[in-house]
Design a binder for this molecule. Structure first.
Ligand SMILES: C[S@@+](CC[C@H](N)C(=O)[O-])C[C@H]1O[C@@H](n2cnc3c(N)ncnc32)[C@H](O)[C@@H]1O
Length: 348
């Protein structure tokens, strides 16, 4: 991306940085919420800005420069995300899920096993897709709302919607939405939507065919849920992105445009990025994924490029031995989560 030659050289003047942030937003290199987060850094004259601007030469915002700006935006978003989830760490959400499953004798339902996306990996996947402004983001099986808040902070969707079948988790997500409003609303762009909506329901009983980017952390989803979700996904409009973990949708209505293995906290998980084909079965011409340099978290699947996409129960499913529940961080002191549990109960 080339910025106009009239852009003044950076001399530590916040006004110049605002202008640069505006130009980056105009060119789609950063989101509007990203610009607002950058503005916070500018206002407090964050020393990281100086280091970033040292790499900005001759009004030329090259990929590496944009990468550094986005890294700063993401670190601001990560700090906000951590504040929002301060009282609902993974252990608490797991305990809420376990208690409800035990109480309802659902312990055998593998699809309900709880786990969460990690900020860095999910931010990276979304940035690769670089969703256009507006549109609807869905998390199918939204848990306490981690992926929703990441999507909300980093992209300018009209609305981020979560559907979670367990009441306890959905109750926690409602509290998280309130915390998000209190902690993040003022920091984000005033003229861009900050809406997050969560509902307690099965994803199979809700119409999410208006989604533009749909996500399912599907590592533990059983084949029947995967199959039903894939059939329902066929109602999405051409060009819709659908992200799954570990298993692909296995639907002829979708192209798998990338499958990459990441090292998640619980072990390896392959991330599938699908695009809904045109209704006549031809491939939708989606813009190429943003080229983000691989880091140590990537384990390329390129050698599998010729393989058919993964499908439920097919031999191409990844053999990822994932057990969120036995990961090292599944214990929680009762008093640590009773506060949240009480809040969840009070809201019922
Ligand atoms: C691995 S967790 C993912 C949580 C969240 N999406 C994240 O990535 O941080 C999967 C979630 O899907 C939920 N789930 C399973 N089957 C579901 C269904 N049929 N409808 C809605 N949610 C479901 C589970 O209760 C669980 O909270």
């Amino acid at each position: 991306m080339t910025l106009p030659a009239s852009l003044p050289e950076f001399e530590g003047d916040p006004a110049q940085l605002y202008l640069l942030a505006a130009l980056l937003t105009r060119d789609g290199a950063i989101t509007r919420h990203g610009r607002a987060l950058l503005k916070e850094c500018i206002l407090r004259r964050d020393p990281r800005l100086t280091a970033i601007m040292k790499g900005f030469h001759d009004s030329e915002a090259d990929e590496a420069f944009v990468e550094r700006v986005n890294a700063l935006v993401e670190s601001e978003a990560l700090a906000l995300h951590a504040d929002v989830f301060d009282e609902c760490p993974l252990e608490v959400a797991k305990a809420l899920s376990k208690r409800e499953r035990s109480a309802k004798q659902l312990d055998g339902e593998k699809s309900l096993i709880y786990g969460e996306v990690e900020f860095g990996y999910f931010a990276r996947v979304l940035r690769k897709i670089a969703p256009r402004n507006g549109g609807v983001f869905y998390d199918l099986g939204s848990g306490s709302g981690r992926a929703l808040v990441i999507a909300r902070l980093l992209h300018d969707f009209d609305v981020c919607k979560g559907i979670e079948v367990l009441e306890n988790l959905n109750g926690a997500a409602q509290i998280i939405c309130k915390r998000f409003e209190v902690l993040a609303s003022d920091v984000l762009d005033a003229r861009t939507s900050k809406k997050i909506e969560v509902q307690c329901n099965s994803m199979l009983d809700v119409d999410w065919s208006d989604g533009d980017v749909v996500f399912a952390n599907s590592t533990c989803f059983e084949d029947d849920l995967m199959g039903s979700m894939a059939r329902q996904a066929e109602r999405l409009k051409p060009g819709t992105y659908f992200i799954t973990f570990t298993k692909g949708l296995g639907s002829d209505a979708f192209d798998v445009i990338e499958r990459k293995r990441y090292k998640m906290s619980w072990g390896p998980a392959t991330v599938f990025i699908h695009v809904r084909k045109n209704l006549d079965g031809t491939s939708y011409e989606a813009p190429p994924l943003t080229n983000i340099p691989d880091d140590a978290s990537y384990q390329s699947d390129d050698d599998e490029a010729g393989s058919p996409p993964s499908s439920p129960g097919s031999p191409y499913d990844d053999d990822e031995d994932v057990d969120f529940e036995t990961a090292s961080h599944d214990t929680v002191d009762d008093d640590e989560f009773e506060g949240l549990e009480d809040l969840v109960a009070a809201r019922r």
